[in-house]
Ligand binder design. Structure first.
Ligand SMILES: NC(=O)c1ccc[n+]([C@@H]2O[C@H](COP(=O)([O-])OP(=O)(O)OC[C@H]3O[C@@H](n4cnc5c(N)ncnc54)[C@H](O)[C@@H]3O)[C@@H](O)[C@H]2O)c1
Length: 272
């Protein structure tokens, strides 16, 4: 398999190193808007090559790429997902919040069908997506996500600015957002990708309820997923260790991309 990794930050770095050790992967291309990040990452990865972050350069190698992994930003997702699909490669998306835009999501899903490419969204930083997926085969009455992060995991989010919240002045756990997953994805584009993932699996962006708590007493990125449906009730709690490089990102998110690629490469799928 030949893989293109778009974005050499917290997720892209873990992923590039992990796929380098997979015997089925014979070539890794990496790109980043920062050439330095990309070159630094591949210094010790002999299967890896740098591609300049320009469509024309990427299109030259897309013919020999089986899977492109977007691990960069919503802007990068908007630019690259349709482009990769139109060029016939499969794509894995980490900046899932971009799919809160219905027109863009439909465009990508339609392109995937038209070009017979696969579009993968790993479970990311949350557990319980397997149960939610199964539950969605019957009626679901409620999906509620409660996310609790420390100030470092939420800093810079447009939603905080909109409400004039100074997270550094908080002395106790405080609800900074209560609403649906669409608004959460738009107001917290780098922090709430899991809200988008569970919306796609369950009851959609408008019907998925989200609570975000800024907790100055924690360093963890915690998610509690509550689902009620015909199947019964599910309550799943994930206490994530944040990435040292990008505190809004949890290590589990990178691991979910690694695990997804292992699953794609294998013929036996457990727990689908
Ligand atoms: N699905 C999930 O559960 C989940 C969890 C955490 C993070 N994420 C998302 O995954 C993405 C990557 O996360 P991360 O922690 O690795 O981010 P990061 O900030 O550590 O790294 C992102 C890298 O992408 C590069 N980049 C940004 N925009 C680009 C563009 N337009 N073209 C090329 N390169 C570009 C940056 O220079 C940076 O090196 C983010 O959008 C993040 O919000 C998803």
């Amino acid at each position: 398999m030949r893989i293109l990794i778009i974005g050499c930050g917290s997720i892209g770095s873990v992923l590039a190193k992990a796929v380098h050790d997979m015997p089925e992967v014979d070539r890794i291309y990496v790109t980043d808007q920062s050439k330095d990040y990309a070159l630094h990452l591949i210094e010790s990865l002999e299967k890896a090559r740098y591609v300049d972050n320009v469509n024309d350069n990427i299109v030259k190698i897309l013919g020999e790429v089986d899977l492109a992994v977007e691990a960069a930003s919503q802007d990068a997702a908007r630019k690259f997902i349709p482009f990769v699909l139109e060029n016939g490669a499969d794509v894995m998306v980490m900046s899932v919040g971009v799919f809160a835009d219905d027109a863009f999501r439909e465009k990508c899903f339609t392109l995937a069908k038209k070009h017979r490419s696969r579009l993968y969204v790993p479970s990311g930083a949350i557990c319980g997506t397997d149960g939610l997926h199964s539950a969605s085969a019957a009626k679901i009455q409620e999906v509620h996500l409660i996310t609790r992060k420390g100030p470092r995991g939420l800093r810079g989010a447009p939603g905080l600015k909109m409400k004039g919240i100074d997270i550094d002045s908080l002395t106790e756990p405080t609800v900074v957002f209560e609403g649906n997953a669409r608004d959460a994805s738009n107001q917290y584009p780098k922090n709430l990708n899991v809200a988008a993932t569970i919306s796609l699996l369950g009851v959609g962006f408008d019907n998925t309820h989200v609570t975000i708590i800024c907790d100055p007493t924690t360093e963890r990125n915690a998610h509690t997923l509550i689902v009620k449906g015909d199947f019964g009730e599910l309550r799943c709690e994930t206490q994530n260790v944040p990435s040292p490089m990008t505190p809004s990102t949890s290590y589990l998110a990178a691991l979910s991309a690694v695990a997804a690629i292992k699953r794609i490469l294998g013929n036996v799928w457990i727990g689908v």
